[in-house]
Design a protein. Structure first.
Length: 542
C-alpha cells in the first residue's frame, strides 16, 4: 500500500535547523529530490526553541555562520562578538530566503517513525497525520541538544505557577517583573538566563546542584574593521577552522603548565580571562586537558576569581566548582557571579538539601519550602542520542535503534550505524560535533554525505551500510581518545550521566575536528572503507 500511494523522494531530511537547511540545499543542488519535515511552526531548530532570556551563542559570531558561500558571507553582518538568539534566527531566515529553501520544507510536521523496508531498500517514514512517505535516503538532522530534559521530580504537575524549560521557551514575552522566580540548573543555559532574569524579578532563587566554571564573555558590538578584516581573510580563516581541534581559528599552546612558574601561569591565565574566548583558558597550556595537576592550576585560578567577585563568603563557597576544568563545555557569562551580589538573588545548594517535591505553591527541598510564581527548568537535554531515539527508527530484521543502542551507542564515524542502510546522521553521537563550533561540523558532515551519495549514484549502488566491525573499532577509538584526556573522568552529558538509566559512555569523538575530517576523507577515498555497498545487481562491493 505504502509503496503505491505514498509520495516518493530521493531523500527525506528531518529538521530545519542549521544542518537540515544546508543538507537540503546541497541535495537540491546535486539534483536529488528532497523533502524536509520540521515539527516546529518555523525553521531554526535550536535557535527557534532556545529563546530564553540571555540566550546567545558561545562561539564568536564571525565564525558561527555557514562558510560554503562567499555571497552569504559578504551579505551578512553580525552586530556583536557573541550573537543573541534572535539575531542568529534572523540569519537562518536570511539564508533560507536567499537560497529559496522554504518551498521544500513542510513545517508543523512531526515524523513519528521511520522503517527500513528490506525488500525494496527504501525508507518508509510516517508523519503525525498517519501518512507515509518513501525515500531512498533517510537523513535525521535533528540536532544534538533538542530533546529537553525535564527531571521527573515528584509533584511536578501540581505547580500552580508558570513552568518553563529553557529549551522550549514560549514566544510571548515572559513577564518576571516583581515575581518570585526559581531557576533549577546552572549549566550554560542557566548561567546565561540567571543575570537577565535577576534584573527583572522581584526575587530570584537559584537551585544549584553542581557549581560551574565560567569566565566572562566580554561581549561587545563588532567594529567595522573587524568585520572587514574577517571577510577579507575568510579563505585562510576557514582553512584554519577546518583543520583545527574545535572548529575555531585558534589552537592550544604547545607549552605545558608545569613548565611555568605560578606567577607566569597567573599572568597567562589572566590574559586569557581578559580575552574572553570560549577556549581561551583551555588553550593556555597543552596539558590542561590531560593532566590533573595542570588542570588544577587553571581550576584554582577560576575559583580565586569567583572568590574575589562574590561578596558573601558563604555564597562564594557554594559556587566553587570542583571537577576537572574543560570536561564539561566551558561557559562564558555576562555578570553571572556578580548577580549573586544582588539583594534580590539567593543561591540554594542542592547538594546539602536536595529537591524533594514540587508543590502547588513552589518547591520543597529537604530542609525548606520556597514559594514561587515562576519556575524555570534550565536542566539541559537528553543529548546526542536522545533526539534520534525519539524518532522510533527501525532498521533491518525489525531491530529498532533503541534496541540496538540499549547498552551503548554504536556508530561508524558518528554518521552511520550498521543495520540501518542508507541512513545518515548529521552531527551524530561519536562525531566531534558537541566539542566543536557546530556549524563547521555540520558542513563537514553534509559535504561528506553529498560526496557519498554522488559516489553511490555513479557506481549504481542501491544501499550503503556501515559494517559492524568498523563501528566496533570506531567506538573503541572514541573511548580510547576520551580516556587519554580528562573528559571521561567527569559525570557530564557528554558521558550520558545527566539522564537516569542512560548508558555511561563518552558520546563524542575527542580527537578534533581536523583529524576527524581527515579520517572521513580517507574512508571516502578508499571507496567507503568500512561500509558495505550493495549494487543494483545485488553484487556486494567493499
Ligand atoms: P546542562 O549543561 O546539561 O545543565 C543542566 C543543569 O541543570 C545542570 O546544572 C544540572 O546539574 C542541572 N540539573 C539537571 N537535572 C537536575 C535536577 N534533577 N535537579 C537539579 N538540577 C538539575 O544544560 P544547558 O541547557 O545549560 O546546556 C547544554 C548545552 O547547551 C551547553 O553545554 C552548550 O553547549 C549549549 P548537574 O550538573 O547535572 O548536577
Amino acid at each position: 500500500f505504502a509503496e503505491q500511494h505514498s509520495k516518493k523522494y530521493d531523500a527525506i531530511v528531518i529538521g530545519a535547523g542549521f544542518s537540515g537547511l544546508y543538507m537540503l540545499y546541497r541535495l537540491r543542488e546535486a539534483g536529488f529530490s528532497v523533502q524536509v519535515y520540521e515539527a516546529a511552526p518555523d525553521i531554526g531548530g535550536t535557535w527557534y526553541f532556545n529563546r530564553y532570556p540571555g540566550a546567545r551563542c558561545d562561539i564568536e559570531s564571525i565564525y558561527y555562520n555557514y562558510t560554503f558561500s562567499e555571497e552569504l558571507l559578504n551579505e551578512w553582518e553580525w552586530s556583536s562578538k557573541y550573537a543573541e538568539q534572535h539575531e542568529i534566527l534572523n540569519y537562518i531566515n536570511f539564508v533560507a530566503d536567499k537560497l529559496d529553501l522554504r518551498k521544500d520544507i513542510q513545517l508543523q510536521t512531526r515524523v513519528t517513525s521511520a522503517e527500513y523496508n528490506e525488500e525494496n531498500q527504501k525508507w518508509e517514514i510516517e508523519l503525525e497525520n498517519g501518512s507515509i512517505v518513501i525515500a531512498t535516503y533517510f537523513i535525521p538532522a535533528v540536532g544534538v541538544l533538542s530533546a529537553s530534559n525535564i527531571p521527573n521530580i515528584k509533584g511536578i504537575d501540581q505547580f500552580k505557577g508558570a513552568l518553563y524549560h529553557t529549551g522550549e521557551w514560549p514566544h510571548e514575552k515572559v513577564d518576571f517583573k516583581g515575581k518570585r522566580v526559581g531557576v533549577i540548573g546552572t549549566g550554560s543555559s542557566g548561567i546565561q538566563a540567571i543575570p537577565v532574569i535577576a534584573q527583572e524579578a522581584g526575587h530570584l532563587t537559584v537551585f544549584q546542584r553542581t557549581p560551574q566554571y565560567s569566565s566572562p564573555a566580554h561581549n561587545h558590538p563588532l567594529d567595522s574593521e573587524t568585520i572587514h578584516k574577517t571577510k577579507e581573510n575568510f579563505n585562510e580563516i576557514r582553512e584554519t577552522m577546518y583543520t583545527s581541534m574545535h572548529g575555531v581559528p585558534s589552537s592550544a599552546s604547545t607549552r605545558a603548565a608545569v613548565q611555568d612558574t605560578p606567577e607566569e601561569r597567573e599572568r597567562i591565565y589572566e590574559k586569557a580571562w581578559q580575552e574572553g574566548g570560549l577556549f581561551s583558558l583551555l588553550y593556555t597550556y597543552s596539558d590542561i586537558a590531560f593532566s590533573p595537576e595542570a588542570n588544577e592550576t587553571v581550576a584554582q585560578f577560576i575559583r580565586s576569581k569567583i572568590n574575589k567577585t562574590v561578596h558573601d563568603p558563604e555564597t562564594a563557597k557554594k559556587l566553587m566548582p570542583n571537577f576537572y576544568y574543560g570536561t564539561k563545555r566551558p561557559i562564558l557569562n555576562t555578570d553571572y557571579f556578580e548577580t549573586y551580589n544582588r539583594e534580590n538573588v539567593s543561591l540554594i545548594d542542592l547538594r546539602t538539601a536536595p529537591i524533594e517535591e514540587i508543590t502547588p505553591s513552589g518547591l520543597r527541598t529537604s530542609d525548606l519550602a520556597y514559594d514561587l510564581d515562576i519556575l524555570v527548568f534550565a536542566t539541559g537535554f537528553d543529548a546526542l542520542t536522545g533526539p534520534l531515539l525519539k524518532l522510533n527508527i527501525q532498521g533491518k530484521n525489525g531491530v529498532t535503534l533503541n534496541e540496538k543502542w540499549a547498552d551503548g551507542t554504536q556508530t561508524y564515524l558518528g554518521i552511520a550505524t550498521s543495520g540501518f542502510p542508507n541512513m545518515f546522521m548529521i552531527t551524530g553521537p561519536q562525531s566531534p560535533s558537541v566539542l566543536s563550533n557546530m556549524i563547521v561540523s555540520i558542513e563537514q558532515h553534509v559535504d561528506w554525505i553529498i560526496d557519498c551519495l554522488a559516489y553511490l549514484k555513479e557506481h549504481e549502488v542501491e544501499a550503503i551500510e556501515a559494517n559492524a566491525e568498523a563501528e566496533q573499532m570506531w567506538a573503541k577509538q572514541c573511548k580510547a581518545i576520551a580516556d587519554m584526556t580528562l573528559l571521561s573522568k567527569t559525570d557530564s552529558w557528554y558521558m550520558g550521566a545527566n539522564i537516569e538509566g542512560k548508558p555511561r559512555e563518552f558520546l563524542a569523538f575527542a580527537g578534533g575536528v581536523g583529524p576527524y575530517r581527515q579520517i572521513c576523507d580517507q574512508v571516502a577515498s578508499k571507496g567507503y572503507e568500512g561500509f558495505t555497498l550493495l549494487s543494483a545487481s545485488q553484487q556486494t562491493e567493499d
